[in-house]
Design a protein around this ligand. Structure first.
Ligand code: PLP
Length: 458
């Protein structure tokens, strides 16, 4: 029997990334408030928010300083835009702060309101750049199978997940995908991580040559794949890939939407994994998810090309009403101030060994094939058979069931395609809360195993 709110939800809301049919009978989990790493439903039941909402609420819930930063900016200048050379101090100050933080040479910062818009901007800037340089054929962009970059027509095309392509007539022409760097799933028998990385770099090179290097403009990658399964690249991966990109003048876009702002124990994931991109997309934790904000770094060569082009065209024809929204910028400034003052990034590095040790222990569970992660992000791969790594039929929905059991245990985690479960708690989580998180997840796995047996799944 659905509650009143749940019934109204089912009657009125179209939910993103939801099994629409199942939702009509199960209804939503309706949350009412949050405090620290906990969120509470309308019945007052607490849950550890083991996903930071959607990989974003790095400072946890009910942070008064962030709320006050938004309120103060709303009282001062609630809207301002950056069109036609207009500006406001929160955007200027935030751009300065971000320029100082970026792990890549950055001339300018361009703001958006989401990760999708940030990556969409990357696509357009890549095309614009190559037109400006007089090489209009150099336009193709290579993403990776299982990579996730957003939902606009272009960013869903960059994405390498079937749900983002099937029935949407995507990817668009000119968007290609190279192999997923998941050693557990795709390495050959006995292949070391380094050898696997070299092989994947070789496959990327073969793809570029097949397509003609004169037509390939950019490669995009998340430092750690998030929605694809919390997949940490194998040793030497970015080193090997970057050598190929450099040979063919292919730009490297790092999608730091999940990894940016401390998730791996470094300000950006690229720093932890030896990635040296030309440009970075960010969103989510830049405001700890409190208000929508994203953006991209623009390097000097790109800016110079754009400057020349806009002299010809009279304008740089891109941007949205909310690019650089002052309330979002004010909240981002306060978020970064807190990251620095509270030494949040250093805190992640200090807590990560404990988090990863607790995560690794789950690999001993009967139904877990692999437990992998870095910093405060992790993923589990549920398997039907540990030796062969065989998986359950997708329609059995085993990972979804595990997530539902976790919810029963007072823990929010996320299931991902391929029977994967992701964990990505707020960066402020304590060691005791990490223990509680993994205790609850272990109980959810036990209940999933018992359910598998009762159902007779193989
Ligand atoms: N890139 C990555 C790596 C993401 O994880 C996401 C969202 O989860 C996006 C881009 C898209 O961001 P948004 O949902 O804000 O459009």
């Amino acid at each position: 029997m659905l509650s009143n709110l749940a019934t109204r939800d089912v009657e009125t809301l179209l939910h993103p990334y939801t099994n629409l049919d199942a939702h009509r009978s199960t209804g939503p989990l309706v949350l009412e408030r949050g405090e620290g790493v906990f969120v509470y439903d309308t019945a007052g039941k607490p849950y550890i928010e083991g996903m930071s909402g959607l990989w974003c609420t790095a400072l946890g819930y009910s942070n008064d300083e962030l709320a006050e930063a938004a309120r103060a900016q709303m009282g001062r200048l609630p809207f301002g835009h950056l069109f036609s050379g207009r500006s406001h101090d929160p955007a200027i100050e935030l751009a300065e702060v971000l320029k100082g933080l970026m792990p890549v040479p950055t001339s300018k910062v361009f703001f958006t309101s989401s990760g999708s818009e940030a990556n969409d901007t990357q696509v357009k800037l890549t095309w614009y750049y190559n037109n400006a340089l007089g090489r209009p054929r150099k336009k193709k962009i290579i993403g990776r199978q299982r990579g996730y970059h957003g939902v606009t027509v272009a960013t869903a095309s960059l994405t390498g997940l079937p749900a983002n392509h099937a029935d949407w007539d995507l990817p668009l022409p000119g968007f290609l995908h190279t192999a997923c760097p998941h050693h557990y799933r795709f390495a050959q028998s006995g292949e070391s991580e380094r050898a696997f990385s070299e092989r994947l770099a070789g496959e990327l090179e073969a793809l570029i040559l097949r397509e003609d290097p004169e037509t390939v403009a950019a490669f995009i990658a998340e430092p750690v794949m998030g929605a694809g399964g919390a997949i940490v690249p194998p040793e030497g991966y970015f080193e090997a890939v970057q050598a190929v990109l450099a040979n063919y003048d292919v730009r490297f876009i790092a999608d730091e939407v999940i990894c940016g702002f401390g998730r791996l124990g470094t300000w950006f994931g690229s720093e932890a994994l030896g990635a040296r991109p030309d440009t970075i997309s960010f969103a989510k934790a830049v405001t700890s998810g409190y208000v929508p904000l994203g953006g991209v770094s623009v390097d000097e060569p790109l800016y110079e090309a754009m400057l020349a082009e806009s002299r010809k065209l009279g304008t740089f024809g891109h941007g949205t009403t909310y690019s650089g929204h002052p309330v979002a910028c004010a909240v981002a400034l306060k978020t970064i101030e807190i990251y620095r003052r509270e030494r949040i990034v250093e805190g992640v590095a200090a807590k990560a060994p404990h988090f990863q040790a607790r995560l690794s222990r789950l690999a001993e569970h009967d139904i877990v094939g692999e437990a992998r992660g870095i910093g405060l992000i992790g993923g589990l791969e549920i398997v039907a058979d540990k030796a062969s790594r065989a998986q359950y039929e997708p329609k059995a929905g085993v990972a979804a069931r595990c997530v539902a059991f976790a919810q029963g245990e007072g823990l929010i985690v996320r299931f991902l395609a391929g029977d994967r479960v992701a964990v990505c708690p707020p960066l402020i989580i304590t060691e005791a809360e990490i223990d509680a998180l993994f205790d609850r997840l272990a109980r959810a796995l036990d209940r999933t195993r018992d359910w598998i047996r009762a159902e007779g799944l193989t």
